[in-house]
Design a protein around this ligand. Structure first.
Ligand SMILES: NC(=O)c1ccc[n+]([C@@H]2O[C@H](COP(=O)([O-])OP(=O)(O)OC[C@H]3O[C@@H](n4cnc5c(N)ncnc54)[C@H](OP(=O)(O)O)[C@@H]3O)[C@@H](O)[C@H]2O)c1
Length: 256
């Protein structure tokens, strides 16, 4: 099959990640069909025309879209999603389709210039024909693929996204309630704080996405309990004035 004759369909191809991957696959010589709610082919037509269909819609809409397109995918085709959580979408894709299934989670956002050096989580669902094609095209562009079960992936994302973004949101809320204006904060900011504010800005720009990343992952809650325990413990030590114990606690972070 010639690459330039091989159409790839991206449902949600008018949005951030969908547009990014449409451009990526076009640069690789594939023809790409994109759709949004009011543009492009309907899911059924997408399945008829494209041997590879990628679902890249908001988390809350993913299940319904998979249930619409999945039953229309032929046996030898590939149904894949880009959702940031993997257990529910991969389960749904396997349930409603007979096609090959891969859950993909690009561990980056649409602001990156290329795949070079980026991590991508892959959750193989069903079939063996399409996985080598996918790995090859991603790896030859410099991506690092990390394979996981959907459950293993979501457990990792409870830390990488759930806890991480929760922490940033709490920081943002606290700064917003501090009584210090954003302008004043910027005037006194260090490079480290400016990095944090940039992260806050990205979350603030996509509240719906980040709300789902935190709330829809059932594995996040146990890390939030651990977070609360560490917060209380560190605060207790600060109040006690035991600086040696505070230093010891900071030194016990052995993740670096
Ligand atoms: N953004 C990130 O940093 C990032 C990173 C990794 C993975 N992801 C994942 O990528 C997926 C897409 O995220 P995104 O940030 O690209 O979202 P986005 O920019 O909001 O784009 C969403 C796309 O889905 C379409 N859409 C919205 N509601 C729909 C519905 N009910 N039915 C069908 N299509 C619908 C939109 O089309 P119209 O607006 O044209 O109707 C648009 O093309 C999500 O699953 C997310 O978890 C995102």
């Amino acid at each position: 099959m010639r690459a330039d004759k091989f159409p790839i369909g991206i449902i949600g191809g008018t949005g951030g990640m969908g547009k990014w991957f449409a451009s990526f696959f076009r640069q690789e010589g594939y023809s790409v069909q994109i759709s949004g709610r009011n543009t492009g082919l309907a899911p059924r037509q997408m399945a008829e025309v494209c041997p590879v269909v990628i679902v890249s819609v908001p988390i809350a809409a993913t299940d319904a879209v998979i249930r619409e397109v999945g039953p229309c995918m032929p046996h030898d085709s590939l149904l894949m999603d880009l959702t940031s959580l993997k257990e529910a979408p991969v389960r749904a894709m396997l349930e409603v389709s007979v096609s090959e299934v891969i859950g993909l989670h690009p561990l980056f956002g649409p602001r990156v210039a290329s795949l070079d050096g980026q991590n991508i989580a892959v959750c193989p669902g069903r079939g063996e024909r399409w996985l080598p094609w996918l790995k090859d095209i991603m790896e030859k562009n410099g991506a690092h693929l990390v394979e996981a079960t959907p459950e293993g992936h979501d457990k990792m994302m409870a830390l990488v996204q759930g806890l991480n973004h929760f922490n940033t949101v709490v920081l943002g809320l606290t700064m917003a309630e501090s009584g210090v204006s954003p302008e004043e904060l910027r005037r006194f900011s260090t490079p480290a704080l400016r990095e944090r504010l940039d992260h806050l800005g990205r979350i603030f720009a996509h509240p719906d996405l980040y709300a789902h990343l935190i709330a829809d992952n059932p594995h996040t809650d146990k890390f939030l309990s651990l977070y609360g325990k560490n917060l209380d413990e560190l605060r207790g030590l600060l109040h006690s004035g035991d600086m040696a114990a505070v230093t010891k606690m900071i030194k016990s972070m052995n993740i670096l």
